[in-house]
Design a protein around this ligand. Structure first.
Ligand code: OGA
Ligand code: MN
Length: 287
């Protein structure tokens, strides 16, 4: 007989520009087909799903993630977060403790693996320990950012291709640049242009496929013109009306669509502990 204390499965919109909260689901256990389909539909509509009160092992987290796709594996010559020569861990420790990644600093709005030939479709981040303050993550709706552009800008950018340079290949001593202005500096990395306006592979929605701070270059535009355009677009997309701010609780899993959103993390006190596990899912070539 089912226990009366079991809460009912429910998907509730955050009410904001993106995001839905999922309760009454145990991600450590096999999930019913109709529930998986509802989750996929909700992800298409709301771009991020926030699962509450989860408790799972790495293996269970992976098994849950695989309902939505295959593991993201970078090409051998394209390093990404946590890459070791030849291998990238399957479940990545996002943590400020020894052996973890991303430290305690602010992370600018980005999409995971944007600079690779087939960027990740989505990532899942599972919170094991959270700081008492700071370390919130924000997700930003890039379909809304696109839709709210003026018509002239939409037309201007419709067929442009953008190169996003791999931050894991850049010279750590070089000054930070948000646009590649100096074409005399030799390229250190293989580059993969993607449409600046991409079409979401499931929903068909138009996405402004640009992050906030990684070095980029618009193919075919003079450096100054490209830099000004990108600055204007970045100013536009970085608006609170496009984002949802998540304050983490232990046991949260957030599953986000890297094809439709950016994410940002607040800095937090290095004396506190923030321990999370991340799984990224494979994606397809942007179109
Ligand atoms: C990531 C990431 C944000 C955070 O794991 O890809 O950007 O809040 N993390 O830790
Ligand atoms: Mn990230």
């Amino acid at each position: 007989m089912p226990s009366l204390t079991l809460t009912e499965f429910k998907i509730t919109s955050t009410g904001g520009p993106l995001g839905a909260v999922v309760t009454g689901l145990d991600a450590s256990q096999p999930v019913a087909p109709e529930v998986i389909l509802q989750l996929k539909q909700a992800l298409r509509d709301r771009h991020i799903l926030i699962f509450k009160e989860q408790k799972l092992t790495d293996e269970q987290l992976l098994n849950f993630a695989f309902y939505f796709g295959d593991l993201y594996v970078p090409p051998d010559d394209v390093p990404v977060l946590a890459s070791q020569p030849g291998v990238t861990p399957v479940v990545i420790p996002i943590s400020n403790l020894d052996g973890g990644y991303t430290g305690t600093g602010e992370l600018a709005f980005h999409s995971d693996h944007h600079w690779t030939p087939k960027p990740s479709s989505g990532s899942l981040l599972y919170a094991l320990e959270v700081p008492s303050q700071g370390g919130d993550t924000y997700w930003l709706n890039l379909n809304l950012a696109y839709e709210t552009l003026d018509e002239a800008t939409k037309q201007r950018i419709a067929d442009l291709q953008l190169i996003t340079y791999n931050p894991f290949l850049r010279d750590k001593n070089a000054p930070r640049s948000k646009y590649r202005l100096d074409r005399n500096i030799p390229l250190t990395s293989p580059v993969f242009p993607h449409p600046l306006v991409r079409t979401h592979p499931e929903s068909g929605k138009k996405i402004l496929y640009l992050d906030y701070a990684t070095e980029v270059e618009v193919v075919g535009l003079e450096p100054q013109e490209g830099a000004e355009l990108i600055e204007q677009l970045r100013e536009h997309l970085n608006q609170p009306r496009f984002y949802y701010q998540h304050k983490w609780s232990v046991g949260d899993i957030v599953y986000w669509d890297n094809q439709a959103t950016l994410h940002y993390r607040q800095a937090f006190d290095p004396n506190e502990r923030r321990v999370m596990r991340r799984v990224s899912l494979a994606g397809s070539r942007p179109f």
